[in-house]
Design a binder for this molecule. Structure first.
Ligand SMILES: Cc1cc2nc3c(=O)[nH]c(=O)nc-3n(C[C@H](O)[C@H](O)[C@H](O)COP(=O)(O)O)c2cc1C
Ligand SMILES: C=C(O[C@@H]1CC(C(=O)O)=C[C@@H](OP(=O)(O)O)[C@H]1O)C(=O)O
Length: 403
């Protein structure tokens, strides 16, 4: 089973990512892993911390001569900011002057609930792990999953469809989304320059007023054959697993598959994706790689409102997952809170903060989606080595082509 976990605190020495269950023989491209980390650090509206960090994954195990060897992969990502904290963090609990205590819990953070739960004197102990700094480790793990998927012709990419009130008012093609991932500059990771300018204006407006914004990103999985995930058990359905994976990201408050949200206010005839068949084009091979059309069978759809999943099973169309982000919680003009010490009303704590993280959250969500899909792919196709898995995968593709 493909599994991953992370460890590490925001201002601790390092983050750690562990991935196990990867087949042997997958080429691990360090440049690709680091580029994914770079993409997560970018986007208009990020705060001062991103000028301190330059994330890179130091691979400690599970890779030999550039390829996976089937053993757990451990990676370490240093926190550059750690050196600014070494003298402050380890002091005794309760010394508010020395350990950067967060003495008034910030609304929208885990601060209050976590301090009560773990019996901490202030929220610093909570936020260190609750922070989305952790998502960098997820991206390192997700990059490994992406490399496995890529070896099977499956690609995962994201783009931003809303920042505050500004939205991309049209559907994006896979080619547009794939091309975005290669850009050297990341503004708001939107496929449309005009919509992106409007999104930037939303960020500028909240920068002026000391406020924050949220938005919506969309992750697309391209090239996944029909038949991954299952309807058979609730906890094996791909839709449920994707929802949990993306919802688990910091600040994501809703997850949508396909047109799930607007479908609720529509009628069945407008929502469901009519099925056709085109033998000539559909049957006869699949081209692999970003931007190429992938057809596994002759069955066709006029549209993809289902977002590539029906009954918890991939149906061969692009898998489309949207994540809805609340506005960032920490405000330069803070909301009301209460002092832990005096219980008097005070403003919530503020040091520095991002004001918009929609593009970065999209990259982290790509990682979560890639890890989820890779897990289901490993379950379906098995194989201790990539060669064995590719044989199983190709055999299955032949089977459904001849269906
Ligand atoms: C990439 C990324 C960066 C984030 N940066 C900040 C930040 O600088 N300030 C902040 O208040 N919240 C930030 N968040 C969100 C908080 O971590 C999150 O809202 C908080 O931990 C509470 O968790 P919840 O919103 O999931 O309930 C960020 C989220 C992501 C995905
Ligand atoms: C460090 C990252 O994001 C952090 C996530 C975060 C939060 O509360 O989630 C708060 C900020 O941390 P700091 O207070 O150190 O500036 C962000 O910078 C990162 O994305 O790598």
């Amino acid at each position: 089973m493909l599994r991953f976990s992370t460890a590490g605190e925001s201002h601790g020495e390092s983050l750690v990512a562990m991935v196990s269950g990867m087949p042997a023989g997958v080429a691990v491209d360090q440049e690709f892993v680091d580029r994914e980390l770079w993409r997560r650090q970018k986007g208009y509206g990020r705060g001062g911390r991103m000028r301190i960090e330059k994330d890179t994954a130091h691979i400690l195990s599970g890779v030999r001569h550039g390829k996976t060897i089937g053993s757990p992969i451990a990676m370490v990502l240093a926190n550059n900011d750690w050196k600014n904290w070494t003298e402050i963090l380890p002091v005794e609990a309760g010394d508010a002057t020395k350990h950067k205590a967060v003495a008034s819990p910030r609304p929208g953070h885990a601060d209050l609930a976590g301090s009560l739960k773990y019996d901490f004197p202030d929220a610093r102990y909570v936020l260190e792990r609750a922070s989305a700094r952790e998502s960098a480790a997820r991206v390192a793990a997700g990059a490994i999953a992406k490399l496995l998927l890529r070896a099977l012709g499956v690609e995962v990419a994201s783009h931003v469809i809303r920042v505050g009130k500004a939205e991309l008012g049209r559907a994006a093609t896979w080619e547009e989304i794939a091309a975005l991932q290669l850009k050297e500059e990341v503004l708001l990771n939107c496929v449309d320059a005009e919509a992106e300018a409007a999104m930037k204006a939303e960020v500028d407006a909240v920068l002026r007023t000391g406020d924050t914004v949220g938005g919506v990103f969309e992750v697309v999985v391209h090239g996944l054959p029909p038949g991954v995930g299952t309807h058979a058990n609730w906890d094996e359905r791909m839709d449920g697993l994707l929802a949990q994976a993306v919802m688990s990201l910091q600040a994501v408050k809703a997850v949508e598959l396909g047109r799930g949200v607007t479908a609720a206010e529509s009628v069945g005839s407008a929502v469901h994706d009519a099925i056709g068949y085109e033998k000539e084009q559909g049957v006869g091979g699949r081209e692999q790689g970003v931007g190429k059309a992938v057809r596994f069978t002759g069955f066709t759809r006029e549209q993809n409102n289902a977002g590539g999943i029906e009954g918890g099973i991939s149906n061969g169309e692009d898998v489309v997952v949207r994540g809805y982000l609340k506005p960032i919680s920490t405000l330069r003009r803070p909301l009301g809170s209460v002092s832990f010490e005096t219980r008097e009303p005070v403003k919530a704590a503020y040091e520095r903060s991002d004001v918009c993280v929609v593009p970065a959250a999209g990259v982290a969500a790509e990682a979560m989606v890639a890890l989820t899909v890779a897990r289901l792919v490993v379950e379906k196709f098995g194989g201790d080595s990539l060669r064995e898995m590719q044989r199983n995968f190709n055999g299955y593709c032949e089977q459904i082509r001849a269906y």
